[in-house]
Design a protein around this ligand. Structure first.
Ligand code: SF4
Length: 185
């Protein structure tokens, strides 16, 4: 069976994507979400994902991010994610496209480094994300990095799986991730 490195954005989406991909792939989960704000929210989502999955976390970036979170400041967000997003923060389409690109690029590079057959993302199960942009971004990055992107459309069972996840009593987030999305909500 082939292996997929699955960028995991949160517990509920990871749960749903696992139900979709299980049996087809050996799944390895990869956590890289410097878009999540504020730091307490980042911690909550990471904790849920860690309870559910054995996550691969980038040793350098995760240490930086979590270390700074304990001090109340997500330095990684400020220095890298926010810096890259700030000029387009108010243009939702552009901002999200760049947010996808940053996270999928890291996942693709990690899949290359670990020699994993495919990379993909749990974002593809969410009807709240811009699915076509995600698909194109994954395909473009795959060509650029020289790895395989696995595209799937997991949206049809999203609400059914979300209801099942909620029965676990684990935390379910109320907004996409960044402060802009929190304010827009
Ligand atoms: S709304 Fe979601 S996808 Fe868009 S920039 Fe914010 S965290 Fe990223």
């Amino acid at each position: 069976m082939k292996t997929v490195l699955l960028h995991t954005c949160c517990g509920p989406c990871g749960f749903s994507a696992t139900k979709f991909l299980n049996g087809e792939f050996n799944i390895k989960y990869y956590w890289h979400n410097p878009n999540i704000q504020p730091p307490e929210e980042y911690e909550k989502r990471l904790n849920v994902a860690q309870k559910l999955f054995s996550l691969i976390v980038d040793p350098v970036r995760d240490t930086v991010s979590r270390c700074d979170i304990s001090n109340g400041v997500d330095d990684y967000n400020e220095k890298e994610w926010l810096l890259k997003i700030k000029d387009i923060a108010k243009q939702k389409d552009k901002r999200c496209a760049e947010c996808y690109r940053l996270r999928l690029m890291m996942t693709a590079q990690k899949s290359k480094e670990l020699r994993i057959d495919f990379f993909s993302t749990t974002l593809l199960i969410s009807p709240y994300q811009q699915h076509d942009i995600l698909k194109k971004t994954g395909e473009d990055i795959a060509r650029q990095v020289g790895v395989n992107f696995y595209y799937y459309d997991g949206r049809p069972n999203f609400y059914k799986n979300l209801n099942e996840f909620k029965k676990s009593g684990l935390y379910t987030q109320k907004y996409c991730g960044c402060m802009f999305s929190k304010n827009e909500k």
